[in-house]
Design a protein around this ligand. Structure first.
Ligand code: SF4
Length: 673
């Protein structure tokens, strides 16, 4: 009997964090199972405690770990512990953190004494070869003497490394049986904390320097058959405890047949109500096909065009496609005609970006009326082009280290802190600018990304106050916006206090915080930001913060523009805009019932017109109804959590930019005419 364990470990500090069902190790398991002709058992695990529980009661021969930037240290620590307890087990790492060049992956052997073999690129065939080699001569593999095709190994006696990576899966990937249809993933499907994920295609035709999928060998697309995808969708719909679905594709819509896949999803949604929401990375180029896919899935998918930056020279530096203004305008018109919500994200700190060029991107995105924009900060993914010494040198990249999101696990002898490497300085952004910009990020994300003051930002933009003006004034006007500044400062200080010069210092800082963390608020940057959003809500400061923003914005509206507005605009329009923002926020401390309010301005028509100009003043006030989107998911996942902060955290983790605010509709029909 050959006993195989496959683990795609996740850190477990936030037990509320949703993780995808591990189809990666599911594929490896299926391919091995279909091609081995000896009795075997294969166990899959996502959690450290489950893995050790299994090992205590079962014999193991070969353990394969999925090796990613988000579980790098956890995998190494777990592997070392397993080797200590079960020295005869053969340990293999595979995944994007293994570079296909041996000289760029040799560090992993240095970092982890336990690992015997590494597999770069798609792992199904090299792992099968390794199992067959193990069956023929297990001692030769344990000693690292045996060279296995597609694997990197190390001779235990001399430390000499050997082997070569396999480029891609050889032959048709449909020969890998579906891990869903075999029932292998049922135990994950029945747990609502796991997000079902379907891969319809492997590969990415682009080469973004910050991403591990930008590798040349990954450029060619390989597809799973439509019939198989249809069967997987149906199977998941029947078995999944989660109301969500995610596609693993990196550029959905890049192929003609993706329209068929979208039609399958549409049909399933119409027949069964599943999924409540779908998460998909669509093609970076908003082609007609991508537009059509977004139209087909309009009620379950926000229309995302991932820009990262709009600065042409920076796009060139990161080898990212530059979408023409004409094409953006086509997408905008399409979104407007079809009532789609346009969202995007920007990354601060990319090579060649300055604070001003970045703020110009922000202004442009808001001017184009993207309805949700999140600002992310750059960190370096192991194995990406940005991770190379030449790239760092070219752009003067300096970095610091900080605990990753959800990057902590404690289990018996294992105490793990996962660390990310953040870009804190380049030859175009100083470290002081970087630190200070955290305030701007918090303010912008509060207003626009999370949407708490979205309409206020659009209103001021229409009145000639660019977001960059508003943000700069908010960031320096400490007396005028005391509440928001207080929150933005605390975010900035928190991020700065966690950023450390070395990995060891970052780990040490995280461990110390963990010891004093009575409130369970140990975080990475995203959770730190969410914590501030929660602080604002649960301290009942949302109203005060919105009023502060409205005062600062109104002061920036120029005298010339004011002359065109009714003299009472601050008392009426501005006040109602704040009221509208407040009604749109979802407060999961209360119920999810509908909210009815009267308005004397036509906010629904303004939104329908993509927030151009200002809302029209109505002859008679009209009632608006604010409803919670994605109610079933929130009821299913959020409301049974008793701790209020945890409940909000969960809410933000299960909603997206389409569902994290209330939807608004007019109750009185004649407003529509
Ligand atoms: S960021 Fe997206 S488009 Fe760019 S290389 Fe990665 S997966 Fe491909």
């Amino acid at each position: 009997m050959l006993n195989i364990v496959l683990a795609d470990l996740q850190n477990s500090y936030y037990t509320i964090t949703r993780n995808s069902i591990p189809i990666n190790i599911g594929y490896i398991a299926e391919y091995a199972d279909a091609n081995l002709d000896v009795p075997r058992s294969i166990f899959l695990s996502r959690k450290v405690n489950e893995l050790f529980d299994y090992l205590r009661n079962n014999k193991v021969d070969v353990i394969g770990f999925g090796f990613y930037s988000w579980n790098h240290s956890l995998v190494i620590k777990t592997a070392n512990e397993i080797k200590r307890l079960y020295p005869d087990s053969l340990i293999v790492f595979g995944g994007p953190s293994v570079n296909e060049k041996l000289d760029l992956s040799c560090d992993i052997f240095g970092e982890c004494i336990a690992v015997d073999y590494l597999i770069a690129n798609e792992g199904e065939q090299p792992f099968l070869k390794l199992l067959n080699a193990y069956l023929q001569d297990a001692p030769a593999l344990r000693s690292g003497k045996k060279v296995v095709a597609g694997c990197f190994g190390r001779m235990r006696t001399t430390g000499q490394l050997h082997g070569q990576a396999q480029g891609r899966f050889e032959g048709d990937i449909n020969t890998i049986p579906s891990p869903y249809l075999s029932g292998r993933l049922d135990k994950f499907l029945s747990d609502k904390l796991y997000l079902p994920i379907v891969q319809t295609c492997r590969g990415c035709p682009y080469s973004c320097t910050f991403c591990v999928s930008g590798r040349h060998s990954w450029n060619k697309l390989r597809t799973f058959s439509i019939e198989r995808i249809r069967s997987e969708f149906e199977y998941i719909q029947l078995k999944s405890a989660s109301t969500y679905l995610r596609l693993a594709d990196e550029n959905f819509g890049v192929q003609q047949r993706d329209l068929e896949v979208a039609a399958l999803l549409r049909d399933m949604k119409d027949r069964t109500g599943y999924p409540d929401s779908v998460s998909i990375y669509t093609d970076k180029h908003p082609s007609d096909r991508v537009l059509e896919i977004n139209r087909i899935l309009s009620d379950i998918l926000p229309f995302n065009i991932s820009f990262q930056t709009m600065t042409a020279s920076v796009l060139k530096n990161i080898k990212r496609i530059n979408v023409s203004d004409d094409r953006i305008n086509v997408a905008l018109r399409f979104a407007e005609e079809n009532g789609l919500m346009l969202v995007t994200e920007l990354i601060f700190g990319l090579p060649g970006e300055t604070v001003d060029s970045f703020l110009a991107s922000v202004d442009k995105i808001v001017r184009l009326r993207f309805e949700s924009v999140l600002i992310l900060q750059l960190y370096i993914l192991k194995g990406s082009e940005m991770d190379t010494p030449s790239h760092r040198e070219q752009y003067g990249v300096k970095t610091k280290f900080m605990i990753s999101e959800n990057g902590y696990t404690e289990y018996q002898n294992i105490r793990n802190v996962e660390v990310d490497e953040w870009v804190t300085e380049t030859n175009t952004i100083t470290s002081a600018e970087y630190a200070l910009f955290n305030k701007t990020i918090l303010m912008f994300d509060f207003m626009h990304g999370y949407g708490f003051a979205r309409e206020l930002m659009f209103l001021f933009e229409s009145l000639g106050v660019a977001p960059s003006m508003l943000l700069k004034r908010l960031a320096c006007d400490e007396s005028g916006v005391s509440q928001l500044n207080k929150y933005a400062m605390s975010y900035m200080e928190r991020v700065q206090s966690m950023l450390k010069t070395t990995k060891a210092e970052a780990v040490d800082c995280a461990l110390k915080e963990m010891e004093s963390d009575v409130e369970n608020r140990m975080t990475g940057v995203i959770e730190a930001e969410i914590d501030i959003m929660i602080d604002i809500i649960v301290s009942d400061h949302l109203n005060a913060v919105l009023n502060e923003i409205s005062r600062v914005g109104a002061a920036l509206v120029s005298y010339d523009v004011r002359k065109l507005l009714p003299s009472s605009w601050e008392e009426t329009l501005l006040k109602e805009t704040v009221k509208f923002c407040l009604a749109s926020a979802v407060d999961v401390r209360g119920g999810l019932g509908d909210i009815y309010e009267e308005y004397s301005y036509d906010f629904v028509g303004w939104k329908r017109g993509k927030y151009n100009g200002v809302p029209m003043c109505l002859d008679h006030p009209k009632s608006l109804k604010f409803t919670v989107a994605s109610k079933p998911t929130i009821q299913n996942m959020v409301l049974d959590i008793s701790d209020i902060r945890t409940r909000f955290r969960k809410f933000f983790s299960v909603t997206n930019s389409r569902t994290n605010r209330r939807l608004c509709e007019v109750v009185n029909q004649d407003l529509l005419n």
